[in-house]
Design a protein around this ligand. Structure first.
Ligand SMILES: Cc1ncc(COP(=O)(O)O)c(C=O)c1O
Length: 393
């Protein structure tokens, strides 16, 4: 007999979704009201304002797309690109490859700038691509590459796009709320994110923001946007500036309560404090992992504090370790993706999951599971090393 589903209480320390704050789960369970109810329209306005804070922007076209991060990605590409456009796409992991797919499906041409997985996007190589392709209309790159745990220099890349009269499309799915992201100051034109990473919210929504230059491009398109659902001109009829809102689609009302609550939590904590918390917990985790004898896969200057790629020690059974962590400790960590499958683990410290308690629990569990596998690690050192970071010693 099929019955109600009661998931276990896991600790989510993979590449996302991350743990959802109980405050956010509480908001999700509040009574559903109509998506055109005047009170809901007020909530929508607050969400837009809170998103502007999170993105550090005054862009009026800032809203949550009613679908996961991949839809935010697609929204940026289909609205800004037209058939025949040339786009410089940076790839240093899985998600740059998805950008290429989006460009090609829009009938545009992708000029690929490839960097090794685990390396940041090379600003010099992008500058060379602009020199070789001065007609490029758009530069697209991933700020925080979740597949490898690497941060690229979004400020420098956006500046380069501006210098060459190109618009920038920035994937901030894993960066929003976890590391600095200054949309207006950096001059980013179309930025998309997700709710399931550093916002401590449920998966399934994609915050996006478009600069005035991007809006200008959208309003002066010759071709209709190929996607009806993601056409920003139509979506604006529902999310637009005036208080008169027209039906476009039925908004995920309760998910938006959740998003509102999570953004409120971010504003209460403050971006600076949230970034410092992510950095601090990351430093403690790395200290613990290294004391155990493990090594990080990414060079220090390019590491994401919210996504820690760890080299899997020689002879260790990757799936066996992840399975034991889940089964015996209710702890989820991520496998390597693509070229890094079987080579790295990805330990997330995102949003509500980024806590001192989770760092210590993860180190304890990993040490126990690796020891049981007979891995050559130092036992008992990790807690002390992480503890030293926490106590500032
Ligand atoms: C960098 C990046 N871009 C895009 C996505 C796609 O987001 P979603 O899985 O919510 O569709 C992800 C998801 O992990 C991601 O990490």
């Amino acid at each position: 007999m099929t019955s109600s589903f009661f998931p276990p209480q896991r600790t989510l320390m993979g590449p996302g979704p991350s743990d959802v704050s109980p405050r956010v789960l509480g908001a999700l369970a509040r009574p559903t009201i109509g998506h055109l109810d005047p009170l809901f329209v007020q909530l929508m306005d607050e969400i837009k304002e809170l998103l502007q804070y999170a993105f550090q922007t005054e862009n009026p076209l800032t809203l949550p797309v009613s679908a996961p991060g991949s839809a935010g990605m697609e929204a940026c590409f289909v609205n800004l690109l037209s058939p025949g456009d040339k786009v410089i796409v940076c790839q240093n992991g899985v998600f740059g490859g998805r950008m290429q797919e989006n460009v090609e499906r829009c009938g545009a041409t992708a000029v690929m700038v490839q960097d090794d997985w685990g390396q940041a996007v090379s600003v010099d190589r992008v500058a060379q691509a602009f020199a070789d392709h001065p007609d490029a209309a758009v530069l697209a790159f991933v700020h925080a590459e979740t597949s490898t745990g690497v941060r690229s220099d979004a400020r420098a890349l956006c500046a380069l796009a501006r210098e060459h009269n190109a618009l920038s499309i920035v994937d901030a799915v894993t960066s929003l709320g976890g590391i600095e992201l200054k949309v207006d100051e950096w001059g980013a034109d179309a930025v998309y994110s997700g709710t399931q990473k550093c916002l401590s919210c449920v998966p399934g929504i994609s915050p996006v923001t478009f600069s005035p230059a991007a809006v200008d491009r959208i309003q002066n398109r010759e071709h209709k946007v190929q996607s009806w659902f993601l056409d920003m001109q139509l979506v604006m009829g529902y999310w637009g500036g005036s208080s008169k809102r027209a039906y476009h689609h039925t908004a995920p009302v309760n998910d938006l309560y959740a998003l509102h609550e999570s953004l409120l939590m971010l504003r209460e904590e403050g971006l600076t404090a949230a970034f410092a918390r992510h950095r601090h917990n990351h430093r403690a985790l790395v200290a613990g992992l290294e004391a155990m004898g493990l090594s990080m896969a990414v060079a220090e200057p390019h590491r994401l504090p919210q996504l820690n790629a760890v080299n899997i020690p020689e002879g260790v059974d990757d799936a066996g370790v992840r399975g034991a962590l889940l089964r015996d400790f209710n702890l989820e960590i991520g496998a390597g993706l693509g070229a890094l499958a079987g080579k790295t683990w990805r330990i997330g410290l995102m949003g509500f999951s980024s806590s001192e308690q989770n760092v210590l629990a993860c180190l304890t569990a990993l040490e126990a599971v690796l020891s049981a596998q007979g891995a050559d690690i130092s036992r008992g050192a990790a807690q002390a090393a992480a503890g030293a970071v926490f106590s500032g010693r």
